[in-house]
Design a protein around this ligand. Sequence first.
Ligand code: MSP
Length: 515
Amino acid sequence: MSNDNKSYYITTPIYYVNDVPHIGHAYTSLACDVMARFKRLDGYDVHFLTGTDEHGQKVETSAEKKGVDPKTFTDEVSQSFRDLLGVMNFSNDDFIRTTEERHHKSCQAIWERLIERGEIYLGSYAGWYAVRDEAFYTEKEVTKDEKGDMRGPMGVEVAWVEEPSYFFKLSAWGDRLLELYDSQPDFILPKSRRNEVISFVKGGLHDLSVSRTTFNWGVPVPGDDKHIMYVWLDALTNYITAVGFPDESKDSYQKFWPADLHMVGKDILRFHAVYWPAFLMAAELPLPKRVFAHGWWTNEGQKISKSVGNVIDPHKLIEDYGLDQTRYFLMREVPFGNDGDFAHEAMVTRMNSDLANALGNLCQRGLSMIAKNCEGKIPVPGELSDEDRTLQDSVDALLEDVRGELEVQGFSRALERIWQSVSAANVYVDDQAPWALRKTDLKRMETVLYVLTGVYRKLALILQPYMPDSTSSILELLAVDESARSFESWNYVMESGTELPKPAGVFPRYAGPEA
Ligand code: MSP
């Protein structure tokens, strides 16, 4: 059968190449990266897919504006999305471009399945179209602005389109979609977004135009190449192309389809939670297990837009604050699913308080004492006290607790839980005061330092998905072998006598102008 329970397939949206990558793109992919890394450490065979959405009117127009042909244009911009992967330390297993041959084949195959099943018919479209969203809007969804121009929801410019078009019988799938949302309550998360989708579907669905004839940049409709496929049908199909569709017997398809999670921003939920499952049901293909819609970032309280000129460049964030600091901030600052604001001050606070002070100092305190007082070796503990055991229990429970949060994409709640243990460990160090024990009770000092090394190890293990580089440095400082860093090794005990490298700070304080 398709999915055995130890495989995990996660996807980002494929990004439009009319724009260079910004914080919004980095955010969606980061959430997937954390999920993918967690699942790998937890023993799953993970397939993490990202890529670029290269067809459609928007891309054709952007290429024209630059005076280059669409292929040259997409090659160039697609590369900048590929470059971002390295810069953000994303661990994707594949990168798909919709201009690839494998994808054209897959799109044409799904189209043919829909035709064979009588789900697509030829008609003509007359209505509103927003190039920016690549979306059709009904009369009810558009309004006139003060200049007399027509606008779609959220102020998007729309134009009247009249052309021959193939239609997908979306109107026939309303009840089946409602049944799906009902029988799989976690199909759409978070709950608030699920309710929005349900009311949209309950409001009644219209058949969907799925081909265009007024431009060329797309996948030709099989048997009628005056038409190109609607860019969203093309784009959504990438999720099955990448695992081998139309070859359903292929190992990767058998193993990974249906996907476990499509991660998307709230703006594109309708396409993923309504159109995509309807296409799949109509084509008699299995449905993904979940679509999670996250919120949007603003910049110092303002909507991010190219015209305002306040687009946040992930390269710049990394340069200013550091890679893992940026990854941590994006995952910690905002409960996943809500909108969030990027503010310099908030970033510096997180970087200094949570990372440099709370976690960084915690590790530094114990490790430098071991270097100075225990010949740089993990000490032999004496008998454990209640305080030792209480701290150990809090840290032991992290794996189960974080696993539970990430099962529902609670990235920020998981970090809050981890920081409860970080704080508990700091309180423990203050209370036990190993620097004072050095003069009064050496064995007890060694016990405290021993307990701390175990705490550091588990904190670093559990934080790996969020901050792969910094946690790797901590694990190096603890002499934890690379082969012992998965969650399978969670319960290993630190071996007394192990020689540790010279301690070094892992989380610098913000060094910029306002530090
Ligand atoms: N090409 C489509 C997706 C097709 S998937 C089959 C697309 N691309 S996009 O490049 O415009 O957007 C990709 C993602 O970036 C979306 O999930 C969107 O929500 C996210 N973001 C874009 N700006 C954002 C913010 N300011 N904040 C957070 N995420 C935002 O849509």
